[in-house]
Design a protein around this ligand. Sequence first.
Ligand SMILES: Nc1ncnc2c1ncn2[C@@H]1O[C@H](COP(=O)(O)OP(=O)(O)OP(=O)(O)O)[C@@H](O)[C@H]1O
Ligand SMILES: [Mg+2]
Length: 406
Amino acid sequence: MIKVLIVDDIPETRDHLARLLSMEQEIDVAGGAGSGEEAIRMAMELRPDVIVMDINMPGMDGVAAAEIISQRLPTSPIVMMSVHGEAEQLKRSLSAGAREFLVKPFSADEFATTIRNLHQRELVRREQLAATLPAGPAVDSGTGEDNGEHQVLAVFSPKGGAGRTTIATNLALALHRETGGRVALIDANLQFGDVGVLLNLNPKNRSMLDAVGGEPDADIINSVVVDHSTGIRVLLAPPSPEGADLVTPAYLRKMVDHLRSTHNYVVVDLPSALNDHSLAVMDAADQIVVLTALEITTIKNVRLFLEVADQLEYDRTKIRLVVNRSDASQGIRIGDVEASIRRSIDGTIVSDGRLAVLAVNRGVPFVVSHPEGALSRDVTKLARTLAGDAVAADGKANKRGLFARR
Ligand SMILES: Nc1ncnc2c1ncn2[C@@H]1O[C@H](COP(=O)(O)OP(=O)(O)OP(=O)(O)O)[C@@H](O)[C@H]1O
Ligand SMILES: [Mg+2]
């Protein structure tokens, strides 16, 4: 069945076009969109085999929509429709990525044949493309040896600025060094992701946004993950806030699951909000590192989060409580936190503003630049706690991975 999306601002025209195709056994009109914007949204949702698009529409016209769709959804070829005499616009639409065009008025037969042929050409193109791609995702999993573990570690805090990005990034590097395993880091702060800044990577070059639109398969996801010089692999958040809307919770979950299957540890930097995206990742997580500060409002929010986690029936051992800036208290002690939330703390991380800021400014995380600093040692200890058995008792694993080349 060839799934078709029809885009035209006039409802009667959409109905008419659908009727022209109604006699075709193997063509299914899966939807109709009335504007360029709606076309993009519906195309992402339906992933049609062929999109039929009118050039002239108020607002975002067919050419602009074709340009965006052909980039995001290269597997959904576009047929452009125009009335006679719009040669200039047709040229523009072809260079915008449309693959075929029809001049109105056209017969039912002409319409169906164009769709069938374009679909056939797309299938051939995909086959040829697949033949040129290297086989199997495992060839491209950063450095490290598979140690048999496959864990997702989500780093969360119910309050912004608690240190999630700092800890998640350094934790990923420490896990790679301590276990010698394959490690991926995902920036799930879809609107304002900071991981790129800490690792000196530019999301404009490559980010999860480049995967959206294609089938969420191994090849596509692998192609948007960046190999960092330290040996970990990084999936960056979209380069600007408007890109966030295009990454659905289900898609984010698929990326997490895929990276888990090809890495020993997947560390996810979560936003401070409890929303569909963060919950999709938390559901998938084996461990949730919840960061708190020695500060009343954060502690209150952590307590509320723990109540939610109970309602979600998360196993209590899945949640790991870590106090960040544990020595920078205004009179609140660790014991007070434990009493207030009726749980014990799993780890502490000292405050070192000088080192934390230096690392951000240089784009080199502190576990790499200052492995012996107290801050790095605390993160390393946390990595060991979370990795559990995967850290060899004799410390052999330490010799591999990140620092092996130093
Ligand atoms: N242990 C620490 N000692 C000193 N400074 C720290 C520590 N942890 C984090 N910081 C600093 O606190 C600030 C906020 O940290 P970070 O950006 O990691 O938090 P976040 O929870 O990711 O924030 P956001 O809500 O903006 O995503 C940064 O300037 C960071 O360098
Ligand atoms: Mg952050």
